[in-house]
Design a protein around this ligand. Structure first.
Ligand SMILES: O=CC(=O)O
Length: 339
């Protein structure tokens, strides 16, 4: 009997995607059947002999894993838009293809970005915290109670201006923002792709920033939405915060290490900025309750739930399986990273 092609899947998948995978009876499917992260040792052990591996963003795809898998490995399908957990060079030199899910999660992440902007500006975390702690009776309504900056007439600065940044801008236009600036890997140059046709058509100026200093100093809202690379690690530093406006807020929906956490804590504590809304943080999920950031009332932190709508997670799962199968069959993926 011919040997079946082995694939390793590092998580239990949502129903439709699991069914799509399971219909491939010609595959030997080795799966970590849990909603919790897969053990590294389990993955290294089971990757041996695999032709395809479907991973989550918490699974590192590096030399160690590729060597453990062996020379027959053809495809990695990542259930994520970010691919900083994958050593692209290592894949490229072995001609291993990389699938990812950059398009189906745009709306969900852009929605969450707007939520975090409003929560940071309007002190939602701090306000709810007081109500939940039974402190409302000690703070009756008064004109300055929990006041924060208003979103209309803001300048919004986007660090990274791909699909998610542009979808966020599209949502912010009806709020009456007055200007948008953006910084990409080509400072000062207009972005190539106008994903939703808003850049040309918006009634407000949308301009490339010359550098991060300009973006930091001119923005009322900074949205961190770039990929994590060696050049964006700690791009938001003490110097960055020192250029920001005192009433500005920063939101990070990309990757934690783009913001230097110690610098953020200091900026909030010293009121160099107004507030922060974070979906991600360095060293997540290992944030203990006594982390200094959690002592900052103007910081809202949610546990990396940007794409966590039911519909989006279903689509991401299905797309990841499709990418995996396409990689096995040398067919076109739904979305493939150009290595
Ligand atoms: O952060 C989430 C993703 O990369 O999909």
């Amino acid at each position: 009997m011919a040997q079946r092609t082995k694939v390793v899947v590092t998580r239990q998948l949502i129903d439709e995607a699991q069914r799509l995978l399971d219909t491939n009876t010609d595959l030997e499917i080795v799966q970590w059947h849990s909603s919790n992260p897969c053990d590294r040792s389990w993955l290294l052990e089971h990757a041996k002999g695999a032709t395809g591996v479907l991973v989550m963003l918490s699974d590192k795809v590096d030399e160690e894993l590729l060597q453990a898998a062996g020379a027959q490995l053809k495809v990695i399908a990542s259930f994520s838009v970010g691919t900083d957990h994958v050593d692209r060079e290592a894949l490229k030199k072995r001609n291993i293809r990389l699938g990812y899910t950059p398009t189906c999660l745009t709306d969900a992440v852009a929605d969450l970005t707007v939520m975090l902007i409003l929560m940071a500006q309007r002190r939602a975390g701090e306000s709810m915290g007081k109500v939940l702690a039974g402190e409302w009776p000690q703070m009756p309504w008064h004109p300055l109670l929990m006041t924060g900056p208003q979103i209309s007439r803001s300048t919004v600065g986007f660090l990274g201006f791909g699909r998610i940044g542009q979808a966020t801008l599209k949502r912010l236009l009806p709020f009456g923002i007055s200007r948008a600036i953006y910084l990409t890997s080509k400072p000062g140059e207009p972005v190539q792709e106008d994903h939703f046709g808003i850049i040309k058509e918006a009634a407000i100026p949308i301009e490339p920033a010359k550098n991060w200093e300009q973006l930091a100093s001119e923005s009322d809202i900074v949205v961190v939405g770039c990929a994590l690379t060696p050049s964006t690690k700690h791009l938001v530093s003490t110097e960055f915060f020192s250029k920001m406006k005192k009433r500005a807020v920063i939101v990070n929906i990309a990757r934690g290490p783009i913001i230097d956490t110690n610098a953020l804590v200091e900026a909030l504590a010293q009121e160099k900025i107004f507030g922060a809304g974070l979906d991600v943080i360095e060293n997540e999920p290992n944030i203990s309750a006594d982390h200094p950031l959690l002592k900052q009332p103007r910081c809202v932190l949610v546990p990396h739930i940007g794409s966590a709508t039911i519909e989006t997670r279903e689509q991401m799962a299905t797309e990841s399986v499709k990418n995996l199968l396409a990689g096995l069959k040398d067919e076109a993926m739904v979305n493939e990273v150009e290595l």
